[in-house]
Structure formats: structure tokens, C-alpha cells
Ligand binder design. Sequence first.
Ligand code: GLY
Length: 337
Amino acid sequence: MGKHIEVVGGSSVYMGSAKELLEKILPNKRVIVISDANIDRTHRDLIAPYEHILIGLGEQVKSFATLEEVYRQLINMGADRSVFILGVGGGIVTDIAGFVASTYMRGVEFGFITTTLLGSVDASVGGKNGVNVGGFKNMVGVFSQPKFVICDTSLLHSLSDREFKAGMAEVIKTAILGDAELFEILEKTSFKELRKDDSLLEDIITRAVAVKAAVVAEDEREKGRRRILNLGHTMAHAIEKSTSKMNHGEAVAVGLYYITQSALSQQILSEEDAGRIFDLIEQYGFNTTLPVERKQILKAIEGDKKRSGDALHLILPSAIGSVTDRLLTFEELKSIL
Ligand code: GLY
């Protein structure tokens, strides 16, 4: 049934037309869509055939208040355990929809249509969901695999260049950590081409999803190996905590830049490979200047560290397509940033 990648727990990511795929894979059940006002405007035809609940926009929506509001609406709609929840949107929508579906009446079946590049290559794949608490990202959530994720590149046309670029940061991250060939394809491709060529974009997304699926298959609950998917994210989360000037992808690009710099200075990575990573980040137009002062970033990282104990797990690139795990003290981290 078209191109698809198996994840774990019977979950699959399908590439192709969302409407056609839905006809084939939606279970014969009452379907309730969870989406947002942007999707209602840009892709109304997708959600109009179903009963739907719209949530607000922006990272602050990933909260207990939103969860409660959605549970209440489900109760008012008379939704029972036999409903199928279909999350249609980017990472915020799929996080909320996944969490709601996994907990409402102790869990109902769910699937996603992902409408952002970031969601397609990362957020919607792998079964993580969660909400933010007290300024900490994704502090409460569960691991729970959707039945399916549909990735339809034609839905990505309505993304702004800035949003699309944010997704490219996760694609670059994935290439660095696990797919040297994908890295080469990205080197030979321009941002403009990707925005125009759906089949090239589909190939790139498929490769990125395959890398993520393989990692998640080894370690679904992030006891070890899955941590490599957080390449560049310690810094990215610290940036996002300190300022709203950068979106997640932009912050990840800065994180990738610094982590590469530190792998180079610790002689874990060759000059040639580090140069290629720096060039690729530049080729896709990312700004790698810190958006706030270094001391603010360090303070945010220290706050994060307090949660996770003394040592800081840092993933560093060791070559194009592979990474290594280092345990660093905060003092060591300070010296390399
Ligand atoms: N976004 C990282 C993960 O899914 O593990």
C-alpha cells in the first residue's frame, strides 16, 4: 500500500496522498479529529468530513489546561473507548492528540496526518508525546505509538520558508547521526529545489524517517540508544528556554553547530567532516550566532542538569553518519561552549 516505513508496536509511516491513504487505512470507527485553527484554514477539506476539536496555536498550548479542555470536549461529544482520534497538524497538535488518545478512558486508538516538515521527520514519529510544565519542555507524557502517521508532501506547500527550514534542521541532524548518504544528497540539493520537487522531498523524508525508525526500534523508551536523536538538543532547549527569537529548528541548527565545534576541539571529529557539517548548516541558511548571551544559555543548561543528575549526556558527531555518547560535567561543558 504505497511507500511505508514500519516503526515499532505495529505503527507505520505512510508516504502519499492523505485523502487516498485515509480511505484505505482509517479503521471503520467513529473518527474525531484533533487539529488547530491554522489547519482549519489551510487544509479544511481534510478535516471537514469528521467531527473535530480545534486547539490553540503556539508552544504554550502544550499544557494541562489544553488537555483538560480536550478531554471535556470529548466527554461532551459522548466519545467512548471505541473512537479513533486522528491528529492533523504539526508537532504541537500531534503531541496533544497522542497524549489525549493515550489517556482518555485509559487509551483509545489514534493516528496522525503530519502537516509540517518538522513533524514528518521527527515529532510525529516514534511515539513520544507530552506537555510542558513550569517552563520545562515535555516534562509529562507517555510513549505510545500511533497506528499510523501519514506524510503527504503536498500538504507541506503551505508552510512558510521559515517553518520549512525548521524541519530541515532535524533532517540535517538525522543525516549527521545516522545516514552519510542522506548527508551527501543534502549537500547536492538546494533549499529552493526541495521546496519545488515533491519526489525529492519525499525521498529525503523517507530516509530520515527510516533512520529514526531504526533507532526507535532498538530503544523505544529512551534507555540509551534513542538519546542519539537528541543531537544538538541540549543547546537547542536552552536557547528556546532563554528566548522566543528562534523556533525549535533554528535552535537545533545552532546546537548542531556548537556540538560539531566541540567534537572538533575534543578531536572526536575530523576537520574535514566538521567543515562539511558547518558548510551544510550554512547552505540551508541557518544563523549560528547565539541569540542570547552565553551565560544565559549556560544557566538554562544548568537548570536542565539539575533535573537529570550530575552528569550531562552529550551526543557528539564522530563522523558524517555516526555519533558517540560522552558524559560531561557542567564545568567541562562550560569550557567547550
Ligand atoms: N525527538 C527525539 C525522539 O523522538 O526521541
